[in-house]
Design a protein around this ligand. Structure first.
Ligand code: SER
Length: 322
């Protein structure tokens, strides 16, 4: 049996991961931790317990862990890259202060901890193409600074205290369920929403800007598989490169146009997001994840586009799905 606390359960990843964990561990308690103002609704609320758990409040984390006899914590609280540049103090408080609170509770109460890292943990000095697992990590964004700090802190808690910390470096995550907020890769979600609604899309990222991206079902599977992995095979822990596709705006628009020929996009670069994207890798080498815990993505750009559009049409235009 597994009893799991998800912190940030109503966010882009949490809202889907909580449901997937509930179906994966039907005999355990899978607790949706949320902050006031971001309450769970619908299926997420009805399918299991939920608790107010603010990551900046260590007592709330400890109380939820005690109440539900939690053995694993998924720490999904984060301020994404573009917002983190406008609120760097808050990004540090949540990304690093919050993680410290989680790790301390995990140390005292013997919990495993998953905390996502990101392609944002790399910087301009990192090899850009096929970025290796172990390489230079000198990010120039506050988001990246919190992610590298989180990787180091999580590895420290494993080595020093034996806390079972594990992590993957997520690429930009694409989903039709809960939109992301304030990330640099958000354009790759917004573009599908525009296409499905029949709207013109203004792309904040310039052509030729490649970033790693991933469809949410692969990302959810990665988050569960890394926590289920045989620890004796893990050479790395915090954090693994994972990858499934890398594209620039031209490639995604071409793929969408195969299904929506009159889709229209215009470039309207956002200097903040462009500068962040330019400092990140084009594509990651995920061979360590493949060899240490058998990571393998299922979706490419073509498969993801077909599935995204199908679900977004259902969301916005039920008459189109007949
Ligand atoms: N999707 C994130 C962002 O853009 C990257 O991990 O901030």
């Amino acid at each position: 049996m597994k009893n799991i606390l998800i912190i940030g359960a109503t966010g882009q990843i949490g809202s889907e991961l909580t449901m997937k964990l509930r179906s994966t561990y039907p005999n355990g308690e899978v607790v949706a931790g949320y902050i006031p103002g971001a309450e769970p609704k619908g299926e997420l609320l009805e399918s299991g317990p939920s608790e107010i758990v603010d990551i900046t409040n260590p007592q709330q984390i400890a109380e939820a862990v005690d109440k539900y006899k939690i053995d694993s914590i998924y720490n999904l609280a984060a301020v994404l890259s573009a917002v983190a540049e406008t609120k760097p103090q808050l990004a540090w408080k949540i990304g690093v202060g919050g993680l410290y609170n989680v790790l301390e509770v995990a140390r005292e109460k013997n919990c495993a901890v998953f905390t996502p890292s990101s392609i944002g943990s790399f910087g301009p000095g990192t090899p850009k193409v096929n970025t290796p697992q172990d390489t230079i990590q000198r990010p120039t964004t506050m988001y990246g600074v919190t992610k590298v700090t989180g990787e180091l802190l999580s590895d420290y808690y494993f080595k020093r205290f034996g806390v079972d910390t594990r992590s993957v470096r997520f690429p930009g995550l694409i989903s039709y369920v809960t939109p992301p907020g304030g990330g640099t890769t958000d354009y790759a979600v917004d573009i599908y929403y525009a296409a499905a609604k029949g709207e013109k899309f203004y792309c904040p990222i310039k052509p030729g800007t490649f970033m790693d991206m991933m469809y949410m079902p692969d990302a959810l599977r990665a988050a569960i598989e890394i926590m289920e992995a045989d620890p004796s095979r893990l050479i790395h822990r915090n954090s693994f490169n994972i990858a499934s596709m890398s594209f620039d705006p031209e490639m995604i628009v071409a793929e969408i146009k195969n299904a929506v020929p009159d889709f229209c996009m215009e470039y309207k670069p956002d200097p903040l997001r462009q500068a962040i994207a330019d400092s990140w890798p084009d594509s990651l080498d995920d061979s360590c994840a493949r060899s240490e815990w058998d990571w393998k993505p299922e979706y490419d750009l073509k498969g993801m586009t077909a599935d995204m559009l199908k679900h977004l049409y259902l969301k916005f235009k039920p008459e189109n799905t007949k």
